[in-house]
Design a protein around this ligand. Structure first.
Ligand SMILES: NC(=O)c1ccc[n+]([C@@H]2O[C@H](COP(=O)([O-])OP(=O)(O)OC[C@H]3O[C@@H](n4cnc5c(N)ncnc54)[C@H](O)[C@@H]3O)[C@@H](O)[C@H]2O)c1
Length: 314
């Protein structure tokens, strides 16, 4: 089976390529290397900017080689930057997907796995969110992910079958060389601060949670990578035009619990600072994973300790 993985030189994409290759699948990567690193993967890397005007022709040429499914990860992902520079997010995340869909249509490629995000839910006020809960993203990044889902769903008109995976907080490292270099969420940020001799920061300790800090659902990047392979499999056996799955563990950990675990794993008895709440942080964001477990046949294999241990050591 041949997979085309856009954004495959990125943190998550390179884990997908690695695991797909281990499962005997052949991969080709498209990446503009804006944040990705070509040496993360050992397969063909086509350097294409998906959002460029020239992309459709380049994509059609590449797709004419024939692929069984496309996994689309290439996107910008910084929430704060998306508020400052929304146009860039609409150009790359929406424009890039539009070009990809046009090229898939003209080359008769009908299976897509789309990288979505829990950011599509916005600020849910629930213990856990399910795929049928309202989607009310509160920043341009989350909006581009929701629009991407609509675009993928609407492409059923020409026969596309798509699965959208709403990732929760992705962290950890599968093997040396594939680590997240972006430091945009708690675990890599806290590790970076410790390595720089600084104290990690807890933004807000007055949330309505047991220890007052925000609760998130941390999913190991290896479990997430496997979910993409399961989604390709699902597209091969199911005929529904569009489905959405949360990808998480179904369990929450607070910021303070994460930092306590980091103390154990690192052996450093560090202090953390407490700062003001950040705008747009829901107190609790945990996935309901019933659909993932039932329909994709997946259950998270790794917990917080393995996530932090791999992020610290690899
Ligand atoms: N990391 C997370 O916690 C998280 C959570 C939810 C969703 N996601 C989504 O997962 C996907 C991958 O995220 P990641 O963490 O691996 O980020 P990443 O930045 O490491 O990977 C994104 C890859 O896409 C490439 N890219 C970006 N714009 C491109 C373009 N216009 N044309 C071609 N290539 C382009 C980058 O060079 C990079 O290799 C993104 O769509 C992101 O929104 C990530």
């Amino acid at each position: 089976m041949k997979l085309l993985v856009t954004g495959g030189a990125g943190y998550i994409g390179s884990h997908i390529v690695w695991q797909a290759q281990q499962a005997g699948l052949e991969c080709t990567v498209i990446d503009n290397l804006s944040t990705g690193l070509g040496d993360r993967v050992s397969c063909e890397v086509a350097q294409i900017d998906l959002a460029a005007e020239s992309a459709i022709g380049q994509l059609e040429k590449l797709l004419s080689k024939g692929f069984d499914a496309v996994i689309h990860l290439a996107a910008r992902k910084q929430v704060g930057e998306s508020v400052e520079k929304p146009e860039l997010y609409f150009k790359d995340n929406i424009g890039g997907l539009a070009n990809l869909l046009l090229a898939m249509r003209s080359t008769s490629h009908h299976k897509l796995v789309f990288s979505s995000s829990a950011a599509t839910y916005g600020m849910p006020n629930k213990d856990s969110v399910s795929e049928d809960d309202p989607t009310t993203p509160i920043n341009p990044y989350g909006q581009t992910k929701l629009i991407g889902e609509w675009m993928s769903a609407n492409a059923k008109q020409w026969g596309l079958r798509a699965v959208s995976l709403r990732y929760f907080n992705v962290a950890g490292t599968g093997k040396a060389g594939l680590a997240d270099t972006a430091a945009l969420n708690l675990i890599p940020i806290a590790i970076g601060q410790l390595r720089a001799g600084k104290s990690p920061v807890v933004f807000g300790n007055d949330y309505p949670t047991p220890d007052g800090s925000c609760i998130r659902d941390y999913v190991h990047v290896n479990d997430l990578a496997l979910a993409h392979i399961a989604a390709v499999d699902y597209l091969g056996r199911e005929s529904r035009p569009f489905d959405v799955f949360n990808i998480g563990t179904g369990k929450g950990a607070s910021v303070i619990e994460v930092l306590d675990e980091l103390k154990k794993v690192s052996g450093l008895n560090f202090q953390y600072e407490v700062s003001e709440r950040r705008a747009g942080d829901p107190p609790k964001l945990v996935a309901n994973v019933d659909r993932m477990e039932k329909e994709l046949g997946l259950k998270a294999r790794y917990g917080l300790t393995e996530i932090i241990d791999s992020a610290w050591n690899l």
